[in-house]
Unconditional design. Structure first.
Length: 423
């Protein structure tokens, strides 16, 4: 090695050390913030949150309820990614907030806390398949003084898919009037069901079987990871329809379900798929009453899908602020459910995902990560304008959103990308 080559690494070190010394009086480089922290800071800057925090606007005085089914490990995050104190309540039969092995609710709460760090958080869960417990959870949150509720769990058969049904009616009553002093804002994810949903009117392809498209009576179901699959049909009125799910590998029916009478006009087939087996959904008329319906698949993909009108409960309700997901370029995520679904245009807003998490390596994504961001921004606005009504906060969020796609509201990105105006 020549003397010049031997000296080169030393010169580079001296040059680097000298540059560092210009910025650090003691000659030591300040450690860079970890990558997730930098990602989080950049994300908050894009939302307009950083300026509000710098101005001292951090959501103080607001209570936000996070409704979810999974809060596993929330205790370990108290005082870290969650506030030092949180109020908790479980409406499950066992009263266990951590009964489900899922951190989904913790991730939602983390996003809210990152945006509105001085707001109080209420963590609430309920038993799956029990709408009464869900309504009890909302009732408790409102009684505890929550002005904002956010929910990123979907339950398709709890409505007609068009914002109607008894659960929506009671939810509207519990939230109060948007224009009244006691109004509560309810945020919900649009759902990740755009590519596993079908909406349309029953069409007889022969033999009473419904035609999904071009006289095709079979709609392929592609299960994910061998987990449980739920095929759910809902309608605005009682229909003489039967939902059938078949195992095409074995050539036999798995299960069937007729549209129920009463408050919920739905049919549900749940099954545990066998590895390597094929499945299909079919709908058959059992009488003369046929009409429009929605079909959702949870835990799997749907071969023949229609994204329009794919927002499930609770996001399909006019009383709910529904939030979809877009990517870094502002394009709707392919899975993000679309309207129209109710008398109020849906979705209302969209938020950029994924949201950087500080307590797990993977960021939080899906429309589940979108709703709590909008809820956190609403908290900052409402804390700064405590005299505003719920409807005025909602209007302010829509007015300050960055319009995407066609001018004005559209069925893919709503009023636009949620963000805060200058403080």
């Amino acid at each position: 090695m020549t003397p010049r080559r031997a000296l080169a690494p030393c010169l580079r070190f001296v040059l680097f050390f000298g540059i560092v010394s210009l910025f650090c009086p003691d000659g030591r480089a300040e450690p860079a913030a970890p990558w997730p922290v930098r990602q989080r800071a950049r994300h908050l800057e894009q939302l307009g949150v950083a300026r509000w925090h710098a101005a001292g606007q951090r959501g103080r005085g607001l209570k936000i309820a996070v409704l979810d089914s999974g809060f596993a490990g929330y205790r370990d995050q108290i005082g870290k990614t969650l506030p030092a104190r949180v109020a908790i309540r479980s409406f499950r039969w066992d009263g266990d907030l951590e009964a489900k092995d899922s951190q989904h609710g913790v991730l939602c709460a983390e996003a809210v806390h990152a945006l509105a760090p001085d707001a109080e958080l209420l963590l609430v869960n309920w038993e799956p398949q029990h709408p009464g417990q869900f309504l009890d959870a909302v009732r408790w949150a409102v009684k505890e003084g929550a002005r904002i509720v956010t929910c990123s769990i979907i339950m398709p058969t709890w409505s007609d898919g068009e914002g109607g049904g008894p659960v929506h009616a009671e939810l509207i009553r519990l939230l109060g009037e948007d224009s009244g002093p006691a109004g509560v804002l309810f945020f919900a994810c649009a759902g990740n069901t755009a590519d596993r949903h079908w909406r349309g009117t029953f069409t007889d392809a022969g033999g009473g079987w419904h035609s999904w498209e071009e006289r095709c009576t079979d709609n392929t179901i592609l299960p994910w990871h061998n987990g449980r699959v739920s095929v759910e049909l809902c309608a605005r009125q009682e229909l003489d329809l039967e939902l059938c799910v078949d195992d095409t590998t074995l050539g036999r029916e798995v299960r069937h379900s007729r549209v129920a009478s009463g408050d919920y006009h739905c049919a549900v087939v749940r099954f545990d798929p066998m590895s390597g087996h094929g499945y299909r959904a079919r709908v058959r008329a059992t009488g003369s009453r046929t009409g429009p319906f929605h079909l959702f698949v949870l835990g799997g993909a749907l071969g023949c899908a229609r994204s329009g009108g794919s927002i499930p409960f609770p996001g399909d309700g006019p009383e709910v602020v529904t939030v979809g997901a877009v990517d870094a370029a502002g394009c709707r995520a392919s899975y993000s459910s679309c309207g129209p679904n109710s008398s109020r245009p849906k979705p209302d807003l969209v938020a950029r995902v994924p949201f950087p998490s500080l307590f797990r390596p993977r960021p939080f994504t899906g429309t589940s990560a979108a709703a709590p961001q909008a809820a956190g921004l609403a908290a900052l606005l409402w804390a700064h304008h405590p005299d505003w009504t719920a409807d005025r906060v909602r209007q302010a969020l829509c007015a300050s959103a960055l319009d995407l796609g066609p001018r004005g509201h559209d069925w893919e990105t709503g009023h636009g990308l949620v963000r805060l105006p200058a403080p």
